[in-house]
Design a protein around this ligand. Structure first.
Ligand code: FAD
Ligand code: NAD
Length: 472
């Protein structure tokens, strides 16, 4: 096969890689992207998008079940709701299919050449790709490694699990997002992002869910004030959460997960499926790293503020470069690298990377929490406004939660904004914009927020920090 030469070669077409390639193509950079699976990477195929589809379907189903049980204050009645999970999954696959086709179309529109197959470095300028029709060698001036991440496997609970017919199967998020029947009993190991997002969804779909978490709290990334409403919802859905508990492995008949609580009590959790969500690891093997001399930052590839690795002409973006392993960080890095390769002067200058957990209720955090601001030696003002005092939240039966604004005490510069509440992931844009543009409390309080919306709670939280909230 004839060798390809190009200015930019991108390895991996997840959010980091495909955004980098599209932007480079738009800027007239001669670009090739290699992907061994489907365009869109983890995010579009087995991550962000399919999980949010299932979470939405589970929410709708749970609301209908509550209506059928007469637990609906609005007077809506329903009878015998049922869910055909195979159909739900087909709907979800339709969404991911449309999006991945869309990404391939956008790459083509930007003039990017797509090569399908596994890429492997031969040296710092040459990559060989195993394609269906043989080996394709690509030489490039610049190469971006964006090989993403994969689920962490626990040695005592390997994916696949029991071989006995009645035994529990051990699955990752990918397995959970392709189940065609709701497991009667689901054990979840890890109460982080995926464990809680999917654990809550499957509880709503009717599974008896037990979550085992090694630490003494759920969602350790967020402060407990933010996670309390989620803990209450878990309890209301009958989800048992075992905190400070270590998993030991499977029972000898393969029908239960064995765990030990903090007080030394042995727990046997009967399960049909065991979903292991104890984090993700960067994909740093399988693409010829051994042929290169790349500095590492722990288990990640070390990059500077321009996403340059320790080798000239080799960049890395996305999950392979470290925390937070989020799609929007990968995309922002990818866009920046494309501009740098095209000759623009760019470096990482973002003030904050928003974090959103699509639990019930949802959690958003942008910038510093009160504890982080204090730890950084700041004197701060905090304003917090509850959704129980917000008219729109009442009309949505979504009064749980609040918006909290953290600002410098001296000049009122906003340092962080957090919120927990139904559907508030959409407020993350306003929060990020405020921090990125260097807003002060007065800017937020002085902006007209449309009525009735949940976003009024944002303006009220700023007013509260200034000492004159109007609606509380
Ligand atoms: P990936 O998306 O992992 O893409 C890497 C690509 O590289 C893959 O397509 C892979 O096939 C390809 N590749 C690897 N090696 C090679 C090779 N040698 N040759 C060719 N191709 C190769 N993030 C959010 O921001 N919001 C969310 O709501 C969210 N939800 C998630 C839910 C789940 C269940 C999971 C698992 C993750 C979720 N994430 C979410 C995280 C998000 O998916 C990742 O942060 C994001 O996909 C990282 O993008 P990336 O481009 O770095 O890598
Ligand atoms: P996570 O890091 O969010 O949570 C892992 C949890 O497992 C932690 O609470 C940890 O204490 C616990 N744990 C670790 N080892 C354990 C053990 N042996 N027994 C019991 N508990 C154990 O990881 P995740 O949920 O697998 O998600 C991976 C990553 O994917 C996230 O960190 C995030 O970057 C990304 N993600 C983001 C979103 C989003 O943005 N909404 C959603 C899903 C995933």
């Amino acid at each position: 096969m004839k060798e390809i030469t190009c200015k930019l070669l991108v390895i991996g077409a997840g959010p980091g890689g495909y955004v980098c390639a599209i932007r480079a193509g738009q800027l007239g950079v001669d670009t090739v992207i290699v992907e061994m699976a489907k365009p869109g990477g983890t995010c579009l195929n087995i991550g962000c998008i399919p999980s949010k589809a299932i979470i939405h379907a589970a929410d709708d189903f749970a609301k209908t079940v509550a209506m059928a049980a007469g637990k609906n204050a609005m007077g809506i009645k329903a009878d015998n709701p049922a869910i055909d999970l195979a159909k739900t999954m087909a709907w979800k696959d339709g969404i991911t299919g449309r999006l991945t086709l869309g990404v391939a179309g956008l790459l083509k529109k930007a003039g990017v050449k797509i090569v399908v197959g596994r890429a492997k470095f031969r040296d710092g300028k040459t990559v060989a790709v195993e394609t269906e029709t043989g080996e394709q060698v690509i030489r490039a001036e610049n190469i971006v490694i964006t090989t993403g991440s994969a689920p962490v496997e626990l040695p005592m609970l390997p994916f696949g699990g029991s071989t006995s017919p009645s035994g529990a199967k051990v699955i990752s998020s990918t397995g959970a997002l392709s189940l065609t029947e709701v497991p009667a009993r689901l054990a979840v190991v890890g109460a982080g992002y995926i464990g809680l997002e999917l654990g809550l969804a499957f509880a709503k779909l009717g599974a008896k869910v037990t979550i085992v978490e090694a630490l003494d709290r759920i969602l350790p990334l967020y402060d407990t004030q933010l996670t309390q409403p989620v803990a209450r919802r878990l309890a209301a859905l009958g989800v048992e959460v075992l905190l400070g508990t270590k998993v030991k492995g499977m029972s000898s008949n393969g029908e239960a997960l064995l765990a030990e609580t903090g007080s030394g009590e042995e727990r046997r959790i009967a399960a049909d499926r065991i979903l292991v969500t104890v984090g993700r690891k960067p994909v740093t093997e399988g693409w010829g790293r051994e042929e290169l001399e790349l500095d590492m930052d722990g288990r990640f590839l070390r990059v500077d503020e321009q996403c340059r690795t320790s080798m000239r002409g080799i960049y890395a973006v996305g999950d392979v470069t470290g925390e937070p392993m989020l799609a929007h960080r990968a995309m922002a890095q990818g866009e920046m690298v494309a501009e740098i390769v095209s000759g623009k002067r760019r470096s990482w200058d973002k003030r904050a990377i928003p974090a959103v957990c699509f639990t019930d209720p949802e959690i958003v955090s942008v910038g510093m929490s009160p504890d982080e601001a204090r730890a950084a030696g700041r004197e701060i003002k905090i304003g917090q406004f509850p959704f129980s005092a917000n008219g729109r939240a009442m009309t949505l039966s979504a009064e749980e939660g609040f918006v909290r604004v953290v600002a410098r005490a001296d000049n009122h510069l906003v340092l962080g904004i957090q919120a927990v509440g139904a559907g508030i992931s959409e407020l993350s844009a306003a929060f990020s914009l405020a921090i990125e543009m260097g807003a002060r409390l007065e800017d937020i309080a002085g902006t007209i927020h449309a009525h009735p919306t949940q976003s009024e709670a944002f303006a009220e939280a700023a007013l509260k920090a200034l000492g004159h909230a109007l609606h509380i």
